[in-house]
Design a protein around this ligand. Structure first.
Ligand code: GDP
Length: 336
């Protein structure tokens, strides 16, 4: 399409699909490059009710990371956190398997209050993001109740029971998403994916099975990716046959999947136009059957997040440029 060439200047919008910690690292790098031109669509299927509170772990990780409030050493929650509430809760015999810091607690209390008044997760997230100073637009994938359930030899476990209480120890036999029949993409998510000035969609290096699949399970999102004129690229969460952290590798083993970039390409087949892989895996580039960008994908500090984001954006420009070139070639008869 001829109008694609005009977007090569990189002034358009970018949408990122993101889970929690791993994905938020790239989202932070993208925000540093794009500011308000970035929209982050966040997994909501990790949500759960605990101590009467509505908790959205991935959304809060994204909010804390993009506002610079996160604890980078611990890897989750807020920096400078105190734990008086947990200590007092333990004293009175309360349920302490899920850690809630004192500052973090304020967000859960406020979200729960606003949800009880009938406000949507989308409205609440937008308002809190603004108050915390997040420049990117943050969109929950859905306002409906969607829940990741993990089938294990111990039976069906809610995601947080599996992930936190059982520390991912039980073997995963199956992962499914309760409530997916009624989980629709919000109007905001649909419009973000259909925007005329959208120049790239990025699937962050989140866990494909536990963080990205529950976004894609929301009705309208996978179709939105397929229909988008902008290219879709994923950043592989696998480096040298291992996951950087978390249970991705263990889950792939348990589901009978090889922990390889080829498997990531197969998983996202039909949705992505390209994959960003690590330099350590550069030799695989020619065999993956998709466009490939080889980069340093391990994000250890802010500069490495910003640099990877720059390369992801350049990869998107390269794919758009190639498409525009093909269109021009076909139009001028060269492509026959
Ligand atoms: P979430 O799925 O986004 O909630 O985040 P996790 O922290 O559970 O990590 C998910 C995946 O991200 C794991 O499979 C990791 O291998 C991957 N990951 C985490 N950090 C990095 C990184 O710096 N680079 C790459 N390429 N992958 C990462």
């Amino acid at each position: 399409m001829s109008d694609d060439s005009g977007k090569r200047d990189g002034a358009g919008r970018v949408v990122a699909l993101c889970g929690g910690v791993g994905g938020a690292k790239l989202a932070l790098g993208l925000q540093a490059n794009l500011g308000v031109r970035l929209t982050v669509i966040v997994n909501m299927a990790d949500d759960f009710n605990h101590l009467g509170l509505h908790i959205s772990p991935d959304l809060d990780t994204v909010l804390y990371t993009l506002s610079g409030l996160n604890d980078t050493a611990r890897g989750w929650g807020r920096a400078g956190e105190t734990w008086n509430f947990m200590a007092a809760l333990q004293q009175v015999g309360g349920d302490t398997w899920f850690q809630l810091g004192d500052r973090d607690l304020a967000l859960h209390v406020e979200r729960t209050r606003r949800r009880a008044l009938g406000e949507t997760p989308t409205t609440i997230a937008a308002d809190i993001a603004k108050r915390l100073g997040v420049t990117a637009r943050i969109l929950p994938a859905t306002d409906a109740d969607l829940r990741t359930m993990v089938t294990t030899p111990e039976g069906e476990l809610e995601f947080q029971r599996y992930f936190v209480a059982r520390r991912c120890e039980p073997t995963v036999k199956r992962i499914h998403f309760e409530g997916r029949e009624n989980a629709m993409a919000t109007d905001d998510v649909r419009q973000a994916l259909a925007a005329d000035d959208l120049e790239l969609i990025v699937i962050c290096p989140s866990n494909p099975y536990l963080s990205i699949d529950p976004i894609l399970a929301v009705r309208g999102i996978a179709d939105g990716l397929r229909a988008a004129r902008a290219p879709v690229v994923a950043v592989s969460p696998i480096i040298g046959g291992e996951a950087v952290k978390g249970p991705t590798r263990k889950i792939m083993d348990e589901l009978g999947l090889a922990p390889t970039n080829a498997e990531i390409v197969a998983h996202y087949r039909g949705l992505i136009d390209g994959l960003v892989i690590d330099r350590a895996d550069g030799a695989e580039a020619a065999s993956l059957g998709t466009e490939v960008c080889v980069a340093a994908t391990l994000m250890t500090d802010l500069p490495s997040k910003i640099r990877l984001a720059e390369q992801v954006l350049a990869f998107g420009r390269r794919i758009r440029g190639a498409r525009a070139g093909e269109t021009i070639a076909v139009a001028s008869g060269d492509g026959a």
